[in-house]
Design a protein around this ligand. Sequence first.
Ligand SMILES: Cc1cc2nc3c(=O)[nH]c(=O)nc-3n(C[C@H](O)[C@H](O)[C@H](O)COP(=O)(O)OP(=O)(O)OC[C@H]3O[C@@H](n4cnc5c(N)ncnc54)[C@H](O)[C@@H]3O)c2cc1C
Length: 431
Amino acid sequence: MPLKILIVGAGVAGPALAFLLQRADPLHHITVIERASALRATGLQLDFKAQGMPIVRKMGLLDAMRAHRVDETGAEVVGAKGESLARYGIRGDSGTEGVHSGAVTNELEIMRGDMVKVIVDASIADRKKLEESGGRGGGLKYVFGTSVKGVVQKEGEGVDVTFQDGREESFDLVVGADGQNSRTRKMVFGDEVSRESFKELGSQVAYFNVPRAETDGTLARMFFAAQSRAILVRNGGRPQTQVYLFSQENMEKTKASYGKPVTEQKAVWEETFTGAGWQTERFLEGMQTADDFYAHQLAQVKLPALYKGRVVLIGDAGYCPSVMTGKGTTSAFIGAYVLAGELARQAPNVDAALGSYNEVMKEPVKLAQIISGNVSLPSSSLAVWCIRNGLWAASSLGIDKLVMRLMPEQKDEKELGGWPLPEYPELNLAE
Ligand SMILES: Cc1cc2nc3c(=O)[nH]c(=O)nc-3n(C[C@H](O)[C@H](O)[C@H](O)COP(=O)(O)OP(=O)(O)OC[C@H]3O[C@@H](n4cnc5c(N)ncnc54)[C@H](O)[C@@H]3O)c2cc1C
């Protein structure tokens, strides 16, 4: 039975779900709303891990994603003069001479904006094809510059939604795909549950692009500075260089800046990073004119359940694993795939499908959220010295495992990879 579905958030998870729902049943009426006035096709490098690649392959989007591949050849840790302290190859490419197996770089790295556009464009192209082939009924639309003001659940029937502009509409199902600070989560589970589910990891991160410099090669470069600060720089053959600032300093001031104008947020990051060393001044200067600056605190979302009534959460909104795990995108795809799959399998029983989605997701969410590496950045100059020299020594001696302890993203890859992806022939996908 076709459903009328509202998806809140046109990031990664929302459009992926829209694509999959439409494939499963072209008669669904799907509306994706996005708070921003246009698609937020910004953000830095994302990758696919474990089940991410198989899902994208099933969706038939692997070639389109590969066409936007960022050409990163590995990673290195650098010292204050930019000297290389340790080098790592591409994950899965352990045979590269002179470098250790991959710690940061994956087989398929892609800019977030390109990834979002690939999924949105594919979902729109599918709809066009359906219309051109005379398919009647159903629909998919993206609406920008709007969000939800309130929801009222109707026992076993659906949800009455009030939009910001006062318009009201009823849906069979509402999906919150509105990121780690999800308002849908707050609206449905209440302030207290939402606040308790948000587990801060004690770090902040800012992302932006700066003009490329001659010295920016195709290796990602990581620099540790005193006072719990670190900088990751990635170029991968692109005209701009991506900068990630990680900090465990100035936390209260940084947190207080979220929601304020971007210039005020940038001022706090400038204050925190001034004097950090290496090429920091260049990055801070570039940050001032960057139009894609995005900062947030690192956190995980751990809810007792992923749905309430006919409102369900996917992606960071429901189970954000955080950048520390590097599994946010993969988890977003898994959630979209499982939710669409269960809705198709259990049709027309939406409530049963939501129950199954909640059950099936428990294991991958648990595995994706494991952080077993060291999440503390070195605070004193001595600690930084020890890290730099420890990395240099470990790398020179080839002690990969010791080095990997400092790279939380690397951990537990096998465990999530060991979770068997359910098959949903009902989704009518390529494989
Ligand atoms: C602009 C941006 C840049 C990012 N850059 C990076 C990065 O460089 N590296 C990285 O690892 N991760 C980044 N992320 C996060 C990353 O995309 C996610 O962790 C992951 O891909 C899971 O995707 P998601 O769809 O669940 O959430 P997101 O990708 O965060 O998407 C959520 C979407 O919902 C929209 N939204 C939020 N609130 C509302 C609302 N009330 N109503 C309607 N829409 C709403 C947001 O504008 C956004 O488009 C970024 C996210 C954003 C929004």
